[in-house]
Design a binder for this molecule. Structure first.
Ligand code: DX5
Ligand code: ZN
Length: 239
């Protein structure tokens, strides 16, 4: 355990997404929570870029995971940025609690907010980077229109709610559409994919334009999570 450390910079400085580089974000949803600090320390030492933290409320998705109290404990386990993915209804009611708990990025679902542009302002008001996520069957139009306000575009490549599902076949086309919007608008936005990511699916997602890869099962359920993380990175960006 490293104890509380300085937070990564969260200012609205431009250029954080450039130059484009591969980021690997282990999702602790598939980790062993009885030894979570050790699990996180191992992937941190292996070069993880962010720790991806999945918050579920039993309403936006059927499952329940945990809330800000656990995020605050995770904050004390690592110096890596905490990439908090809110799969909850009424996410704006909880921004302050997650920001105070130590989130560096807060991602809300386009399906869960009435006005994505004002949601981004509300997230940034707490001094954290703003992410917008989209489920696999949601029309892309409003999501793409809101991206100029966001630091992170999170394209779900499974239905949200559980780890260990298979990458959905229709995902590469959606990733490519989001990449076109980011590049076409010269947006300062990373393109994160989440769900069913392992060495084989990540290659296709990267070819479609993803730069940031969330992986739960393929890292934490591997016999050697640090080796799995390194293999994933090598598959995407061969040395
Ligand atoms: C699913 C979560 C994901 C999940 C991914 O709703 O948002 O972050 O942990 O798990 P894998 O990589 O196992 O599909
Ligand atoms: Zn997630």
């Amino acid at each position: 355990m490293t104890g509380p450390g300085p937070r990564a910079p969260v200012s609205a400085a431009t250029g954080w997404s450039r130059p484009r580089r591969t980021r690997i974000c282990p999702s602790i949803l598939s980790a062993d929570f009885s030894r979570l600090a050790e699990e996180i320390a191992r992937v941190e030492a292996a070069g993880a870029d962010f720790v991806h933290v999945d918050v579920m409320d039993g309403r936006f998705v059927p499952s329940i995971t945990f809330g800000p109290i656990v995020v605050e404990a995770i904050r004390r386990m690592t110096r890596l940025p905490l990439d908090v993915h809110l799969m909850i209804v009424e996410p704006l009611r909880h921004l302050e609690a997650f920001a105070k708990a130590g989130a560096d990025h807060i991602t809300v679902h386009v399906e869960a907010v009435e006005d994505p542009a004002s949601a981004a302002r509300a997230i940034r008001a707490h001094g954290v980077r703003a992410g917008l996520a989209i489920k696999p069957k949601t029309a892309l139009g409003p999501f793409l229109a809101a991206l100029p306000q966001y630091d992170i575009a999170l394209v779900m490549t499974v239905e949200p709610g559980a780890g260990g599902q298979a990458f959905l076949e229709g995902s590469p086309g959606r990733i490519a559409a989001v990449r076109s919007a980011i590049d076409g608008g010269a947006l300062d936005c990373i393109l994160e994919v989440d769900g069913g990511i392992g060495p084989s699916t990540a290659v296709g997602a990267a070819a479609s334009g993803a730069d940031t890869f969330v992986a739960g099962h393929s890292i934490f359920r591997a016999a050697d999570p640090p080796a799995a993380l390194r293999s994933l990175r090598a598959a995407i960006a061969p040395p």
